[in-house]
Design a protein around this ligand. Sequence first.
Ligand code: ADP
Ligand code: MG
Length: 590
Amino acid sequence: MNGRIHVLDEAVINRIAAGEVVERPASVVKELVENALDAGADSIAIDIEMGGTKLMRIRDNGCGMGRDDAFLAVERHATSKLITEKDLTGIATMGFRGEALASTASVSRMRLVTADGIEDEGTELLIEGGVFRKAGGIGAGKGTLIEVRNLFFNVPVRRKFLKSPQVEAGHVHDIILKIALAFPHVAFLFREDEKTRLDAPPAQTALDRILRMYPQELSGNLVTVAHEAGRARIDGYVARPPYSRSNLRSVLTFINGRPVRDRLVNAAVVKAFSNLTERGRYPFAVLFIHTPPEDVDVNVHPQKTEVRFVNPELIHNLALNGVCKAVTGAAFHPVEGSESRHVWNAAPGSNRAGGFPREVASEGAWIPTSDDPGPRTVQYDGQEETQPTLHTRGVFSSLQIVGTAPGSFIVLHDGADLVVLDHHAAHERILFEDLRRARKDASQGQDLLWPTVLELGRVEADRLAGRLPTLESCGFKMEKFGERDFVVRGAPSWLGDVDMKEWFTGLVDEMVESGAPADPQTEEDRFLKAVACRAAVKETTHLTHEEIRSLLDNLDRVGSIDVCPHGRPITVRYSMEEIRRKMGRSRGAG
Ligand code: ADP
Ligand code: MG
């Protein structure tokens, strides 16, 4: 039987496409703002009402359109950005499918006013549910204005899926923030129900824009990311711990200027922070990944918010090492192989002073805050090499010593803040980093006078047996005998004076409590954290200035990380300003 199959008419096709491209107000705003950017605008104003469901208005000062093009623009698959199929492998514009305007017009009441500054007058089009209602000339300056009213007025099903105006407005805000970060030179004004939500004047760099858009609490903690692998490059900024956020939306990723959500990059960032944040906390990061266009396919997602890389592993490692270097001054340390082999001398904070080798961290210079023009100043323009000024000066080692306080606290100051440092947490971080980096160097094991025998339960014995190689590489000399017994013959000098039996029993209990072994990397890290925690000083009785100095130097040496491996802060700051206020001393008064 013939005649059952027919070609869908244009209006139906458009609405089907709209189902993919136009999910919610934020997706419309994204498309329209991207169009404005593609049109070369350097000033874009966005207004929304009722979360965008009632109205979205985008005005730009880009190239505009002549009359014929304006009519074409709202046709499906009409685009000025692609000509042949070949162009798909090297897309330099944000849009390329010629779908957004037609799709949006088919599910809303759209008004388009545009002028190219060449023709005598501008053009105004009114389209309702994909049907032309009015077309004509209008006086207008160069640029384009698009109003989208009553989104999904003709698709009640879709309307039902929309969330509250506040939630929809939040999504719109998120996407505008992201785009504004990627295009610092463009001015953005975003108003929600006539209230200004973002007013970003043109900025020189992404950093200037971030500093303007985010609170000082965050911007004061940013370090630069700059790393290369193969033909790909990553740069951007990441906030150092303990600054953290409650979800992964705080990791903002851009591939060749396009805001995307990328599982690979997210996973890499989470991994990079695995020993820096508490569970369930996430870093803030703005990451710009640049690859040759042919190494990434941007044409895989209807809203272009996901991409596919030709070499996913390369990108994962690029992000992982880039972020690790920025935050800890060193690339990621995998389970296998250790990059540096330095000699263990003394446990920082023990009664022997320093002697650790100096490794100069290369990247991750701090971003100066506006009122802190000191020697940390780093000029960033995305191209220049980052100056490692910070680490040569040292965040921790530049602090002035005040003294010690009960509870294993060390009191310091930096002129502006009083800094209270947790000796245990600091020691834990140093041990952990050194264990991870240098654990292959077992030369520091010292024979015990009396070998200790450990008799463990079956589960405990199994778990410990699995970590024997690690323990050996950390400087322990021990072996298993029988079903569940171990003999410890030697221990690393940094362990200090401990009751071996008690120490191991506690460690093994902790291993068992922390549940089943995870992936090898996590398992190893967890174990080393437990070792570091148990080996770190518990109580500080007496510390000389030299010992405190050595501790601070060592903190800088392992990457100036201000959290213990469990993510708890090493220092807490009290501003002198606040103290003065509490003292009832106003500025200037004595
Ligand atoms: P695409 O961006 O994929 O080409 P759109 O449907 O978003 O598809 O837009 C269709 C065409 O309309 C664009 O290729 C562009 O030529 C033109 N256009 C859309 N918005 C604007 C604008 N704000 N300024 C100038 N031209 C525009
Ligand atoms: Mg477009």
